[in-house]
Write a protein that binds this ligand. Sequence first.
Ligand SMILES: [Zn+2]
Ligand SMILES: [Zn+2]
Length: 304
Amino acid sequence: MRGVLLSGLFASTLIVPLSARTPASAPPTRVVILGTGTPNADPDRSGPAVAIIAGGEAYLVDAGPGIVRRAALASQVDSIPALAPPRLGRVFLTHLHSDHTVGLPDLIFTPWVLGRTTPLEIYGPPGTSRMAGLLEQAYSEDIEIRLHGGEPSNKTGYAATAHDVAAGVVYRDSNVTVTAFEVAHGKWPHAFGYRFQTRNRTIVVSGDTRPTDAVVRACNGCDVLVHEVYSAEQFARRTAEWQAYHAAYHTSTTELAEIASRARPKLLVLYHQLYWGDDDAALLRQIRARYSGQVVSARDTGVY
Ligand SMILES: [Zn+2]
Ligand SMILES: [Zn+2]
């Protein structure tokens, strides 16, 4: 597919050398939650997406619906120039569930229309390159008109460069080393969490997963653990069929408290929350009953 290439599989380890840390004077790494939502179309919660801001650059995780508009909002209200739409240049997909990828064509094409001249770099599990190629095909009429229909568009920023990756170090530059690790998301053959090691912080994003030691190992005293969660109390009212599904695919407040106690993050951020009628206070109460560390329940455009 034009503009899309398959990079082949990376293989490496979770160990990041200590030399990747310091100096203390580097600008602080920030975690911006662009969307906390789920497939439920809650107008206050955009689709799942997280931005790690390091060295003045944005490193995105997942592309839920609304990602570009939430990034534009965060660039303004939180004064983060790296999140201005034309600067959204790379994304790491945890898995290919639609609620995490419906915003991908938005992320490929909207920043281009707004001036991004380089292709979007996409990293994700097997199937990512195929998805990117098919999206380029799906939008071929639009691309043709914008390139050759008289619009003063740039001729280079529309494409996506997609990489199907395996667990291990998947990306490295002067700001960050990004390591993918396999998590346990029901029947998905490959679903990732990501660990971002910057000059001054270690951030772990769980992706969608049932409780897994992989998150404990990846965090291991990390600065921020962004973890998906559902209400254990409301789970009890779900049908047996849904209970079986959620137990295989996701993590309850009770289970997350146990994971966090072992992972020991300096800050636990609840994310991709399934409330089923509960609110943030109820989720936090359930977590705090079994976990004594710092914890917050994320909101869209929250900075941590
Ligand atoms: Zn999922
Ligand atoms: Zn999900």
